[in-house]
Design a protein around this ligand. Structure first.
Ligand code: FAD
Length: 307
């Protein structure tokens, strides 16, 4: 067995992973979190208005700072690393990170979702030239002209976030169907610096010096249109994190869940219901289920010692 054995490992420090950690800490059950950041997807959000503990709403940045405080205030053990693969052998999870290997008896997977790509010509070059991003977190773009591709909540949320940094925004929507919440649409439309362009399916990106040109071809008339901007954000949806798919345990995932060894929680578990409160509730529930197992195992050990 490798040296770094911990009974319970949580992968991911977004709302789901941190809620699970806080509950385990309250119940004095040993665990560690392995994560490459704290806050996860929350950091992308402009204004979160559906958490009942924040009647006036809270920005993603502020909520993420609160999550960091939870970690420090409660001395939650967290190791910052990138988890590369997960295996399962001899009743132990084998977790490889970019630096070390860990083993555990139980695993809570709270690894969230990843943004979808357009898969069009020029996208990769623009990304590599730092002219295109999929997430707002860890970016600080100011005084630029920006195209946001997408017509859902995330695209509109990104626009409200970026317009506050004195950027001029074009939201490019593929069809005439805008899916963003009416409230987000109303907020966007109240900003002079944000323009929504519908029926603009982007099919090609060209990098020109330090700017980018987005091309669109009309399906009815074949007419080509283009728009030139300094930066692009792609917000066309998210899909579950690939870590499990690329790991060997994917084949026995259902068996491990049935055996109460593996807990899949948060956005990674519910691709259609990606919400902070659901992720947090999942975290608490997984930790409480594990706590019952922990207490039962401890009682069994005591009784065996008595015999
Ligand atoms: C723009 C935007 C606005 C939003 N607005 C709202 C809102 O108003 N209200 C609401 O309820 N929800 C909102 N959401 C959704 C909300 O952010 C998510 O539901 C929530 O963050 C999910 O939490 P999670 O812990 O499941 O996953 P995440 O927050 O995605 O956390 C996953 C964690 O896993 C880590 N991780 C992943 N892979 C690895 C790896 N291989 N190695 C190490 N660490 C890894 C990540 O770094 C991260 O810490 C919004 C999302 C976006 C993008």
């Amino acid at each position: 067995m490798c040296d770094n054995y911990v009974p319970i490992v949580i992968i991911g420090a977004g709302p789901a992973g941190i809620a699970a950690a806080l509950q385990l800490q309250r119940e004095e059950i040993p665990f560690i979190i392995l994560s490459n950041d704290v806050g996860g997807c929350v950091k992308n959000a402009f204004l979160i208005e559906n958490l009942i503990t924040y009647p006036l709403g809270v920005s993603g940045v502020n909520l993420s700072e609160t999550l960091e405080k939870v970690i420090s205030q409660h001395n939650i053990p967290i190791i910052f690393c990138q988890v590369k693969s997960i295996d399962y052998e001899d009743e132990r999870f084998l977790i490889k990170t970019d630096e070390k290997k860990y083993t555990s008896s139980y695993l809570i997977l709270a690894i969230g979702s990843i943004p979808s790509k357009l898969n069009i010509s020029g996208e990769k070059i623009a990304y590599e030239d730092h002219l295109l991003n999929y997430e707002i977190k860890n970016t600080n773009i100011q005084n630029k002209t920006i195209a946001i591709i997408g017509g859902g909540d995330v695209a509109f949320d990104y626009a409200l976030n970026l317009v506050n940094k004195n950027n001029k925004i074009f939201i490019l929507v593929r069809s005439s169907n805008i899916k963003a919440l009416p409230r987000l649409q109303a907020l966007v439309r109240s900003h002079k610096l944000i323009k929504v362009i519908t029926n603009f399916p982007v099919d090609k990106i060209s990098v020109i010096d330090k700017s980018v040109r987005l091309w669109s071809t009309s399906s009815s008339s074949n007419e080509k249109r283009s728009i030139n901007v300094d930066h692009i954000f792609v917000a066309i949806g998210r899909h579950p994190n690939q870590l499990l798919i690329e790991s060997k345990i994917r084949e026995i995932k259902d068996k491990l869940i049935f055996k109460k060894r593996l807990y899949i929680i948060g956005d990674f578990a519910h691709s259609k219901f990606r919400q902070i409160s659901i992720a947090m509730g999942d975290g608490i529930q997984a930790a409480m289920k594990l706590s019952k197992i922990w207490v039962r195992n401890r009682q069994n050990k005591r009784e065996n010692l008595k015999l």
